[in-house]
Structure formats: C-alpha cells, structure tokens
Design a protein around this ligand. Structure first.
Ligand code: NAD
Length: 514
C-alpha cells in the first residue's frame, strides 16, 4: 500500500484531504503565552460564569453538529451517524455533570485547628489553577479525547492549548474555532503537528494531559519530569471479558461484539480478549461469530456498523496480529480479511487463541476478538490479569453477586458486570487503569490534581504569641509535658493546666522584646 502522510486521506476511500500545516516551536510558545495572558482574567471570573461558558460551548458545538460530524467522518472514515452518536449525543449531560464535579473539586476546605494548640487561627485550603494545560490527544475519538480534559481544565480557571493528533487535525481545529467564538480570545489555543510539536508543548505548558500510546506516554513522562510539571497519562489497553457458563448467551455475544467493535475496535477500552468457560465455548463462539459476521464496514458510500482503520500503520498491526494468530493455530470464525477501497478490515473473531499470541498480549486496536477457552472462572481470571495493561474489564453472568466479586479481582480501573466500556462518557467516573495503561485519571474529582494545585492560607489573629515559641524556660517544659499527658488520655485537669500555661507563656515570650 502507498504510504500516505498522517491525516492526508479519508481512510474509507483513500481520497486526498487538504493538508494542514504543522506549528513551529515559536508558534507553540506563542500559543501558550497567549493562553497564559487570557487565563489571568479567566481565573478571576466566578465558577458560575465559567460554567455558563462551558454550556455555551456545548450549544455552539451542537449547532454545528452536522458540519463537525462531516469533518470527523472525513478524517476517520467512520459514518457521520457514528461520529455524532459516539462524540456528540452525550455532550450536554456530560457538561452538566462536569460542572457539578467542578463545584465539588474546587470547593475550599477548612483547616481543622484546635483552640488549645492553635489559638486565634483559622485556615482554608483552596484549589488554584496550574496556569496553562497542554492537552495532547490521539485520533481515535478526535473530540471525546478533548472533552474529558477541556471542561475540568477550563472550569478550574486554566488556559488550555489543544494538540490534536496529526491524523485528525481538522476536527481539533474545528473545536478550537468554536472555543474562540464563545470564550475569551486566546484562552484555548491550538497547535498542529506530530510528536515533536507535542514535545514542544510539554516543554512550555504548566501541566500536560496526555492520551495516547504507551511508548509516547513514557517519552512525555520523562520530558515532563525534567521540568517537574504534573502530567496525567492515559495510555493503551487490552481489555478482557470473562464469559461464564451461566451467562445470557445471546445478550452476552451481542454485548461483547458491541464493545469489541465500537469505533472499529479503535477504543482504548475495547474488548480485545474474551475468556470463555469451556462448557459453553462452542455455543458462545458460534453465536458471537454469527453476530460479528453481520457487521458492515464503511467503504465511504454505504450504511455501515463500523468504520475502517484510521491509518495504514494501524491496519498493518491488525493484519500482523491476525496472521500470527492463524499461524499459531487460531481459527478464524468470522471476518479475517481486508474490505473496501480504503483501510477497512472485516469484523473478526479468532477462536482457540493462546496466551503466547500477539493478539492476546499486545494492543491490537482494531476489529478483532481473540477468544481464549478456559477451564473455569478462576483460570479465566488468572489469564485475564496476566497482562501489561489494565483499563476496563468485565464479567458476564446471570449470577450478579458472583460477577461483582470476580470483577473486583480483575486488575483494572473500571469493572463491569454484563456490560463494558461506557463509563468513558460519564463525567463523574474516574477513567483510569493500572500497569502500562498509565497512572492518569480522567474525569471525576479524582482527575483534578493535574488541573489544580492545593494552596493553604492560614490567618492568625495575631493577638498573642504561640506557647511553643522562643524562649525555652521552665514553663515551656511544663507545657510540653502537659501536652504529652493530654496525648496519653489526661482529663480536664490537664486541659485546665494547659490553658493556664498558654497564658503564662505568652507573657514570658513578650518579655523577649522588652
Ligand atoms: P500516539 O502515542 O502515537 O499519539 C498520541 C498523541 O501524542 C498525538 O497527538 C501525537 O502527535 C502525540 N505525541 C506522540 N509522541 C509524542 C511525544 N514524544 N511528546 C508529545 N506528544 C507526542 O497514540 P495514537 O496512536 O494517536 O493513539 C492510540 C493510543 O491511544 C492507543 O494505545 C490507545 O489505547 C490510546 N488511548 C488511550 C485512552 C485512555 O483513556 N487510556 C483513550 C484513547 C486512546
């Protein structure tokens, strides 16, 4: 296949797209500087005003839903309907929940100061925005990967610079244009280009939210560590589904196909491995293969259930994984071949997969389900956890209690019984994982560490010096001993003694200045 520059073709039909110019390092620095200037006024606005701006952005996006989905469709090859369904339909409820989350995450908390130990003092811990957040995104959900960080970053009072993937630059530019329409000039900047432009952003921004592959995430982490800036790293996945013999077989087969094939499997939380109990394996594979065989791939001009692969490198990985699995003994029970004039690949099921196959060990990020037959649930759980990744996981069973217990033993950030993957569109669920999926947390109050830093302000009424200040004298010794006696359970007598000593010490301390 001819090598195309990233983002230069429609992957469904290989038609050429208008090129998009990459930003220079100077342009990256300028975008961050402009966002920093705009942020100074933005942070002074009340949260309610910033929240209204998020609502306005939501409305601006939906007003242009047709146009925006067409751009997205052109860059990803997915149908317009699929682009709207997966990235726009839940936007308004997402924003409303993100606002509720922001109120909770940004609420100041009172410092607990006892009257006896810290007389005359009060304190508060506040969430202070980091400044300018660089958001570096992959191509698989060219809007969705921004939603999860853009709203909390702005609601916290930060400026933002967006770095869309070089594979989907036009959708990112469209979003930045809408931000400019409803928000202060320069508050949300845009830079375009590949890894080196992302790197320039890491070199300039005050914090980075990175979503992408494990190797790039490690590079970002190392570079950010040099600058001691915080990062949130949301990286790859290889999600497992554990299918038990007592499951509702038809619903499970359809549910697994849904969450394996959504966005052509180009989903960090796609089900890529299915561990099915041997007792139902034949029937389950037959039903799953029947469902998957019916899925139609977009060829640019047809009604489709899934798009093509977004780029040739991704298609090459899919083909390599399938070929290697076949060579090692896996059986293709659905799909298995390329389709259409573009980068399409049929929705595929591979049965009799084993733990040593790439399709079981490495992220495929394509429309391929690897079925591993297991002795029982314990065997399946052990093999599901034997992975470098850990984003989402699921157990499929009619015994809900058993499913809930098993899913808690899966090494993942989000677990489900009888479903998968959809928590990614919930603004109050921490989207996170373990192992090489990375330590990042998207959404929920748990994500705010990258957007804000805690600042504590303590006010002392200044009426008297504290009892433990200089100088040391006999009363200080008594004071210290009384504190220790209190710690050991001393009663009212000790407390009264402490009260008296605090006063005496204050007088003695003031003598120092005479
Ligand atoms: P990628 O790592 O190639 O690129 C992601 C982004 O990082 C792009 O914008 C790219 O230009 C930029 N980039 C690359 N190298 C960089 C560097 N050294 N410094 C700064 N920026 C750099 O990943 P991809 O192929 O675009 O995306 C697919 C991956 O993303 C998959 O592994 C998928 O699982 C993962 N992903 C994870 C989540 C999650 O929430 N955990 C969500 C979506 C996608």
């Amino acid at each position: 296949m001819t090598a195309h520059a990233p983002g230069s073709i429609n992957p469904a039909d290989l038609k050429a797209l208008e090129p998009v110019k990459a930003s220079t390092p100077d342009e990256v620095r300028a975008a961050v500087a402009t966002a920093r200037t705009a942020q100074a006024n933005w942070v002074a606005l009340p949260l309610a005003t910033r929240a209204d701006a998020m609502r306005a952005l939501g409305q601006a996006v939906l007003a242009k839903a047709d146009e925006l989905a067409k751009v997205m469709s052109m860059e990803t090859g997915r149908s317009v309907v699929e682009c709207k369904a997966s990235e726009l339909t839940s936007l308004v409820p997402y924003i409303e929940t993100a606002i509720v989350v922001a109120k909770e995450a940004l609420a100041p908390s009172k410092v607990r100061l006892s009257m006896l130990d810290f007389p005359g003092k009060k304190g508060v811990t506040e969430a202070v925005p980091r400044g300018v957040i660089g958001i570096i995104a992959p191509w698989n959900y060219p809007l969705g990967n921004f939603w999860k960080s853009l709203f909390p970053a702005l609601l916290s009072g930060n400026g933002v610079v967006l770095k869309p993937s070089e594979h989907t630059p036009r959708t990112g530019a469209f979003l930045a244009g809408l931000c400019a329409e409803v928000m202060p000039k320069g508050l949300v900047g845009l830079v375009q280009g590949a890894g080196e432009v992302g790197q320039a952003l890491v070199d300039t921004a005050d914090a980075i939210v990175f979503t992408g592959s494990v190797p790039s995430g490690k590079r970002v982490a190392a570079r950010a560590a040099e600058r001691l800036i915080p990062t949130s790293l949301e990286l790859g996945g290889k999600d497992a589904a554990l299918v038990l013999a007592d499951c509702d077989l038809d619903r499970t087969a359809i549910g697994v196909a849904q969450w394996a094939m959504h966005n052509c499997g180009q989903n960090c939380a796609a089900i890529e491995r299915v561990y099915v109990e041997e007792a139902i394996a034949d029937r389950f594979v037959a039903t799953l293969s029947k469902v998957v065989s019916k899925l139609r791939v977009s060829t640019g001009d047809n009604e489709s259930d899934l798009g093509p692969l977004q780029n040739a490198a991704q298609l090459a990985i899919v083909e390599k994984h399938v070929e290697q699995a076949k060579a090692k003994g896996a059986k293709v029970t659905a799909g298995g071949a390329r389709v259409g004039p573009g980068l399409g690949f049929q929705a595929t099921v591979l049965d009799h997969c084993s733990d040593d196959m790439d399709v079981v060990r490495d992220e495929t990020f394509g429309p391929v389900i690897a079925v591993v037959r297991v002795k029982d649930a314990e065997d399946g759980l052990k093999r599901a956890n034997d992975s470098r990744y850990g984003l989402n996981g699921s157990v499929w069973t009619t015994n809900i209690e058993r499913g809930a217990a098993l899913v808690r033993r899966m090494e993942v950030g989000v677990g489900y019984v009888n479903n998968h993957g959809f928590a990614g569109i919930l603004a109050d669920v921490p989207w996170t994982g373990v192992k090489e999926t990375g330590p990042g947390v998207a959404a929920s109050t748990h994500s705010y560490g990258v957007f804000t830093r805690p600042r504590t302000v303590i006010i002392d009424s200044g009426k008297q010096p504290d009892a433990w200040w200089i100088p040391a004298n006999a009363e200080l010794t008594q004071f210290v001993d009384a504190l220790i006696a209190r710690g050991r359970g001393g009663g009212l007598g000790v407390l009264l003694k402490l009260g008296g000593l605090v006063k005496k010490r204050a007088a003695a301390i003031r003598e120092l200045a005479r």
